[in-house]
Write a protein that binds this ligand. Structure first.
Ligand SMILES: Nc1ncnc2c1ncn2[C@@H]1O[C@H](COP(=O)(O)OP(=O)(O)OP(=O)(O)O)[C@@H](O)[C@H]1O
Length: 480
């Protein structure tokens, strides 16, 4: 469907003579590292971007759901669902009165009765926005369905819901193309996989194991084992002591975190994990309880209090666009944001020191940016934007690192770099609280795991747990 396509952005060659073909009646996964050109290929395929050279051919109705959500934020869910084809009366006027009931009917048909069709889209969670975007695409019963990282914002049950619809469309002869950084999803769903590297097609296969895929994607062989964690020194100081903390869905949580320790926070989705991280960082108001940092009471009313005290939070904001990164500003500015005090003398930023710090982070995290000192962060690929967020907190001297789902949307090779980094940070004495929507990471990367259920600690497991199933089992046990 796409042959010999090239596309550059300024000096960046996003696609080089790229070719790709998918057939009717198959689910075809597009795999590749962050910045490999998958999103660009999809945009060219859908006609959103014009290629510099090459040809694009599609046969039949095409529907897409993009990685950057394309719903109009100020419109209601119903208005977005019928944006291109609103119900009209005899005179061709839009029948506003039937808009919401029609939308309700449509959402119900797709089993999405938990989304209010009258809600303003901007007020929905990112997961729900993604689902509305998906329903809009699925509802057209297209002949070609193209989904760019459709599951990145979804929880497991929602992923299963989407997988069901993808399979149903395949049965009907639809050609479904999707991208994902989770190999399990690709293995589970795809009939064929195409690997891209550096903007070019590498291979298309029916059977491809994860190890080989990772090597093909990165062009190098990757040590895919989890790093061995250095033991927490006996009698290590308690860095963070949390007692009876209540915030949002968090009922009452108490624990200690030691220097050099990686403490995991597990459990089914939505048991208060996000509230715990946000409360410790001062981004969510605590309704009760106390926090001590290195033996001293700590009051965090806003993130600035946490940062001053030596707490850094690296997380993938639900919406990378609206929180965390300053998209029009350069990679340098975004990375150095947390260390400007340290880099300044007499009110002026020492540019050479700043450049050195930025370069070291770009190298250490393998951030793919052609001109890190000037290139706006918003023009990096999704995963590379994420590395910038992580890098900002690695540059600070924070003693406590709150790592919330930092590998979401990150490619496999980079994930393994992150794992090594976490072990190194622990070795350097940092105290790390870790949450991941991939339970396997919690199972392998933590000295201890707290399992949350309904806002409380339901179990504490000694790590490395090794087997993600144990954490899942602990989160189901003793259910009343
Ligand atoms: N508007 C733009 N301006 C400048 N560079 C861009 C722009 N859009 C994409 N790029 C660059 O093109 C390359 C390919 O990006 P693309 O988003 O297609 O990657 P991807 O494979 O989808 O990555 P990810 O898995 O991280 O989403 C990257 O190096 C990116 O920085």
């Amino acid at each position: 469907m796409v042959s010999g396509v090239s596309k550059s952005f300024g000096g960046v060659k996003a696609l080089r003579d790229a070719s790709f073909a998918a057939r009717p009646g198959e689910i075809h996964a597009l795999a590749g590292e962050n910045g490999a050109g998958k999103s660009t290929l999809i945009k060219v395929l859908c006609g959103v971007l014009r290629p510099d050279s090459g040809t694009v051919q599609t046969t039949g109705e095409l529907a897409t759901a993009f990685q950057e959500l394309s719903l109009a934020p100020d419109l209601t869910v119903a208005e977005n669902l019928f944006l291109h084809d609103p119900p009209r009366g005899r005179l061709g006027l839009v029948r506003r009165s039937v808009l919401a009931p029609r939308a309700d009917e449509l959402l119900r048909r797709f089993g999405v009765d938990y989304v209010d069709s009258r809600a303003v889209t901007a007020d929905l969670s990112v997961a729900h926005r993604q689902i509305v975007e998906l329903v809009r695409a699925l509802a057209t019963e297209p002949e070609i369905l193209v989904l760019d990282e459709p599951t990145a914002a979804l929880q497991e049950s929602q992923v299963a819901w989407l997988a069901g619809h993808m399979r149903r469309l395949r049965e009907q002869g639809c050609c479904v193309v999707f991208t994902s950084h989770r190999w399990r999803e690709i293995e589970d769903l795809a009939d064929r996989v195409t690997v891209f590297r550096n903007g070019s097609h590498v291979t298309t296969r029916e059977k491809l194991g994860e190890a080989e895929a990772v090597t093909l994607m990165s062009g190098r062989s990757i040590d895919r084992t989890y790093p061995r964690l250095p033991p927490v020194p006996a009698g290590a100081d308690r860095t963070l002591t949390v007692s009876g903390l209540r915030a949002g869905a968090l009922r009452e949580v108490s624990f200690d975190l030691h220097r050099g320790e990686v403490l995991g926070v597990g459990g089914l989705a939505g048991q208060g994990q996000a509230d715990l991280f946000l409360a410790l960082f001062g981004a969510r108001r605590a309704a009760g309880g106390t926090i001590q940092l290195a033996g001293r009471p700590l009051r965090v009313r806003r993130p600035r209090d946490a940062i001053r005290a030596g707490i850094g939070i690296a997380y993938v904001p639900e919406d990378r666009k609206s929180e965390g990164l300053l998209l029009p500003m350069s990679v340098r500015d975004n990375l150095a944001l947390g260390i400007l005090d340290r880099l300044s003398s007499a009110g002026l930023v020492r540019r050479s020191a700043e450049r050195a710090a930025v370069r070291s982070m770009v190298t250490q995290l393998g951030i793919v940016a052609s001109r890190p000192m000037t290139q706006p962060v918003g023009t990096l690929s999704g995963g590379n934007q994420q590395k910038v967020l992580m890098g900002r907190w690695l540059l600070t001297d924070a003693e406590v690192l709150l790592l919330y789902d930092v590998t979401r949307g990150v490619d496999a090779a980079t994930k393994h770099d992150f794992y090594q980094l976490i072990a190194q940070l622990a070795e350097r004495g940092k105290a790390i609280l870790l949450y991941s929507s991939e339970t396997e990471e919690i199972a392998h990367l933590c000295h201890r795991v707290l399992v949350l259920r309904e806002g409380r600690i339901a179990a504490e497991l000694a790590g490395p747990v090794g087997d993600a199933e144990q954490i899942v089992a602990a989160s189901m046990r003793e259910r009343r």
